[in-house]
Unconditional design. Structure first.
Length: 293
């Protein structure tokens, strides 16, 4: 019985090695699953032109009419932005967010980023008289931004330590070493993103949404043959890290759109910014003056 079991386990181990090596050869020693948007999904793709979208993800929320004009502004002094640049070598999140917004047709995007310098330069040239007649850069042309949307990111990497031990306990020591090596080459990557929507005229926050995405990296050669073989070949380091962030932002944006579809304005008795309903004795606000009456 023991001899038969050893043969079965030995055959299974050899089969696993062959399969894993075949995967390694096919994937160039590594691979990565597609990012999963909020549990399952794809990353944003395609293009946008006016109200039309080309090749947009079928998971992206869309609106039949726009809700107003929107500027996307990121805090490039925030710690998450520094980490994005230094650790992942990725740039601004604004372009991909703007594409999502325009593809959705839920807001009309207006420029409030670095291209504003070019816009103002054209106006300055017009004022010098250098522009041709009919250039149309007179005053009163620029569209106001009704809302501002601001992104932020939280990063996470989680390994699968302990998976190999669990498999080893189930399969026996010999097969367990093979499965443990395979499991050692697996890593779960997660990203959580937040989008905040603010009304520019009142500064009131209108909506907030958190989204997430997850994928798995496979560094099988490193797990089976040692770190010297697979060193530097992990899927996370040689595949576009932006994919998982894009998926997380799409998850956030979809949730934000669903929230504003059901939007009901918050109200405060007496009006916003007039002191609120939490009064203090001797205060001048309406709520304060009600104390002791």
């Amino acid at each position: 019985m023991k001899t038969k079991r050893r043969k079965v386990v030995g055959s299974l181990s050899a089969w696993c090695v062959c399969v894993m090596l075949a995967i390694v050869m096919g994937l160039g020693e590594c691979g990565a699953s597609e990012p999963v948007l909020g549990g399952s999904g794809t990353v944003a793709t395609g293009a946008a032109g006016g109200a039309a979208a080309e090749g947009a993800s079928n998971q992206l929320e869309r609106c039949s009419e726009s809700l107003g004009t929107l500027a996307v502004v990121e805090d490039q002094g925030a710690s998450w932005y520094g980490y994005l640049n230094s650790h992942y070598k990725l740039g601004s999140t604004v372009p991909v967010l703007r594409m999502m917004v325009q593809q959705s047709n839920c807001f009309v995007v207006v420029e409030r980023g670095r291209a504003m310098g070019s816009l103002m330069q054209e106006r300055a040239l017009e004022q010098t008289g250098e522009m041709r007649r009919g250039s149309g850069f007179g005053k009163g042309q620029m569209v106001a931004a009704d809302y501002t949307m601001s992104p932020s990111i939280n990063f996470s990497q989680k390994g699968t330590s302990g998976v190999g031990g669990a498999l080893g306990g189930l399969m026996g020591p010999r097969a367990g070493r093979v499965f443990g090596a395979i499991a050692g080459g697996l890593k779960s990557n997660e990203a959580a993103t937040t989008l905040i929507l603010v009304d520019n005229r009142s500064s009131v926050q209108l909506a907030a949404a958190e989204g997430s995405a997850q994928n798995w990296d496979f560094n099988i050669a490193g797990g089976l043959l040692g770190s010297s073989v697979g060193h530097g070949a992990g899927g996370y380091t040689n595949t576009p890290e932006g994919k998982i962030l894009t998926a997380a932002f799409m998850d956030s944006y979809n949730k934000l759109v669903r929230a504003v579809r059901n939007y009901r304005a918050q109200t405060v008795k007496g009006g916003l910014g007039t002191g609120g309903r939490l009064g203090v004795q001797g205060g001048q606000t309406p709520a304060s003056q009600e104390i002791g009456r």
